[in-house]
Structures are given as C-alpha cells and as structure tokens.
Design a protein around this ligand. Structure first.
Ligand code: NGQ
Ligand code: ZN
Length: 434
C-alpha cells in the first residue's frame, strides 16, 4: 500500500512529527500539514435545502418557534429521492470543509401524512446511501418522537411524519443496527424531553441497558423549553434528565444552552459530551452556552452543523469563541493553563469530544491535508497553524480528505462534486416547485 508522510500531523492527542500513514494510491506522498478530521456531531440533513430560506420576517416576533413552523412546512415536502440528493450534496460539502464523519439526528421517518413507507427504513436508507456514495462516515441516530409537548399532547399534523410507537421505533432500530459496519454506526436519539414522555424514555433506556451505543438528545436550547419543563416536571431540563436517566459517556446533550452552575457540574460528572452548534444557535436566537465555566469544569464537547446555515468546522469553532468574546468583552476565552492557543484548544477538544460521541472507532484514522501553498499559511508553524486556520482561514484550506483509507477530496474537490451538485440542483427545482 502506498503511504503519505506529513511533516506535521495533528492527532487526537496533539502534534506528532514526521508521521507516515498508508493512503490510497494516486495523491501526494509527502505533505506539510495533516490533521485528524473532525466529527460533525449534529445534523438534520434535509434542512440543508432550506438554509437561507428562512431569513425574511414572517411575524413581528420571529423566533425559534416561528422558524420551526417554516421548517415543518418544508419537511413535509421532502421525498426519499430528494433526501438522497440533499444529503449527498451536504456530505460532499462536509468532506470538502474538513468534516470526516457525521451524526444524523434523523426524524423524517414517514410519508407526509404519517403513514410509514412500505419499507419503514426508506428515509434512513436515503441517508445511508448518501453517506456510502460520498464516503462520509455516518452515525445514524433514528429519533424517537412521540408527543407534541411536555404536556404529552399528541403530534400535530405536521409532526406526524416524525412519530413512532415505541414498538415500531424498536423494530426500526434493530433493522438499522443489523446493518452497521465499517463506516456506519447506529445509535439512538430522543428528540427532546418535549417529544418523549417519561414512560417510553425509561422503557427504551432499560431495553438498551449497558449496550455501548451513542445516545443523543436535544436539550435546553430555548428558554421556553426550560420554563415548560419547570412547570410540568418540576425541574430544569438538564437537571431532570440527570435525575431520571442513566446519563454517562455514551450520551451527547445537543445544545444544552441554558444551564445553571449545578447543571454544568452535573454534565461534567456524568461524562456526557455536549454538541454545540454555534452557527445554528446564533441563527435561531437560542442563547449562549456557558463555555468558560464548562471548560473550566473539564467538560467534553464537540461541534455540529445542525441546520447547515454553515457547513464549516472552522466557522463553528470561530463563532463558539466569538460569542464568548462579545459578551465578556475579553479575548482568547477558550484557553487553559497548558494551552494558550485558542485555535488549537478549540480544534483539539472538538476532535476529542467528537470522537467520544460519534461511536465510530475508525474515525480517529480519518484525516485532512491543508493547503501549505495557501497565502493564509505562509510561514506557518505548529504554534500558530490552528489559530490561522480557525480564525483567518476564510477560503477553504482543505486540500485532501481521507476517510477509511479512501481519498475522497483532492485539490479541494470531492471526486463526485459536479455530479452530486447536478443532482442537488434537479432535486431543488422539483422541491421548490412542489
Ligand atoms: C429540529 N432543530 O428537530 O430540527 C430542531 C427544531 C424542535 C433545532 N433545535 C425542532 N435546531 O426542536 O422542536
Ligand atoms: Zn437538532
């Protein structure tokens, strides 16, 4: 097998010198800058097709909740063919931007009227095929979605596509788990405490027991959710979850935006990972995660592109830090006693947390190569490489992306970029005309 030598390789444990790895034939055999690729911990692939289409005021008090109505309307029009085309385009963009794996928080299960497809896994199949075709590593998280709010109200008409009985969900889960392989992992997701009542949550988690698998949940993203949880369950969402579920290192809490100090400590003690989605959280007006306290407490975290208003790990990391700078009026917040480079701390921790949460042991071997000829990297050293990329790498600096021993991106282009984009354009035409 041919190999590729890197002058500098950034691994999950930090920089290594003069590092050689086996690679598929056909590309560069020596490079300057190689980095382990980042897992993307949170994606709803279909939302890529509505990115940029919810930026006109629809209500004088536009909010997360009015956005959600638009999103539901859009979700109602997605066919399995459209989902395959959209996810393929999205996954090409992810690979070109430097993500090497994705966790799909997948709840668009059924036909628009709520009836299952003949094959209950039809929509899951579209995502699995898109990942296989583009080469992105996939952690598929079929979502359990049962109620329309904390009060247990039934699903609204627009939510019917998402819903399952516990039995039907478990059947889907075991069918999907039987297909897991080298670059496909399957875990579970609870949509949120709003959407999963306590009884079924317990039953599902009892059934899962100690089985090692990723377990993801949306939590405490909006103040309204915190208030409803307090009113109906007598505790804040994260507080309630930590008291009622066996939260451990398998778990990923998505957003966890609104936290009291005791909840920060509780998450850290549980060993769970938090999936932060800074560009989506900003876009939706969620609020600001208490990053400084969480880092000081030693919490695990990774990043997700969620609604895909941005498909760039660099932009997620940058905005994670910038949000903190804007409210604290200070600079270089994400640092530690042993790491004064903000870019390097952000990249290293997003990588370590990402690998922890994606349930893909092979992901630590996936990597990207940065363009050493780019002006943005002129004279770069190990001490400033990640700061340059995270804070000033505006043009994509990713030259190659390799997943599971395959070179998927070279010269900054995915091998199927044009064909996939053409399929996406066709799907969008149909979708926007429907
Ligand atoms: C979702 N997205 O499931 O796509 C959610 C909105 C909800 C984000 N929270 C729907 N970013 O939370 O009910
Ligand atoms: Zn989400």
């Amino acid at each position: 097998m041919p190999s590729q030598r890197a002058d500098h390789a950034f691994l999950p444990r930090g920089w290594a010198a003069d590092h050689t790895v086996p690679v598929a034939a056909g590309g560069s055999d020596a490079v300057a800058w190689r980095l382990t690729g980042l897992p993307n911990l949170h994606s709803h692939a279909f939302q890529r097709a509505m990115a940029g289409l919810a930026e006109r005021q629809s209500h004088p008090e536009d909010s997360f909740w009015t956005w959600r109505e638009l999103m539901y309307r859009f979700a109602g029009r997605i066919t399995p063919e459209a989902l395959h085309a959209i996810a393929s385009q999205l996954y090409v963009e992810m690979l070109e931007a430097g993500y090497t794996s994705v966790c799909e928080f997948h709840y668009l299960h059924h036909q628009p009227d709520g009836r299952p497809y003949d094959d209950a896994a039809e929509m899951s199949n579209a995502l699995i095929a898109a990942a296989r075709d583009t080469g992105l590593r996939l952690t598929l998280l079929p979502v359990l979605y049962m109620s329309g709010g904390f009060d247990g109200r039934p699903l609204s008409e627009r939510q019917r596509r998402f819903g399952h009985t516990l039995e039907a969900y478990q059947a889907l889960l075991s069918a999907l788990r039987a297909r897991a392989g080298d670059t496909l992992a399957v875990g579970i997701a609870l949509h949120s405490l709003r959407a999963v009542p306590e009884g079924p949550m317990r039953e599902l988690l009892d059934d899962v027991g100690d089985t090692p698998m990723p377990i993801h949940i949306h939590i405490a993203e909006q103040i309204g959710e915190v208030q409803d949880c307090l009113a109906l369950r007598g505790a804040r969402p994260v507080e309630w979850l930590l008291d009622h579920a066996p939260v451990d290192a398998r778990w990923t809490l998505v957003h966890a935006t609104h936290l009291e100090p005791s909840e920060v400590r509780g998450i850290v003690a549980s060993g769970a990972t938090v999936a932060l989605c800074p560009t989506t959280e900003a876009n939706l007006g969620d609020g600001l995660f208490p990053l400084r306290d969480y880092l000081q407490a030693g919490g695990h975290w990774g990043i997700g592109s969620d609604s895909h208003v941005s498909v760039s790990p660099v932009e997620e990391l940058r905005w994670l830090e910038y949000g903190q700078r804007l409210v604290t009026r200070r600079r270089n917040i994400a640092v530690s006693a042993t790491q004064s480079s903000t870019g390097e701390l952000l990249y290293a921790q997003a990588l370590q947390g990402g690998l922890r949460a994606c349930g893909q042991p092979g992901a630590a071997d996936d990597f990207i190569v940065l363009d050493a000829q780019a002006p943005a990297l002129a004279g770069a050293t190990r001490d400033d490489l990640l700061d340059r990329w995270v804070f000033a790498g505006n043009r994509s600096l990713v030259q190659e992306t390799h997943v599971a021993g395959q070179r998927l991106v070279s010269g900054g282009r995915h091998r199927d970029r044009d064909a996939v984009a053409a399929g996406y354009v066709r799907a969008m035409r149909t979708l926007l005309a429907s």
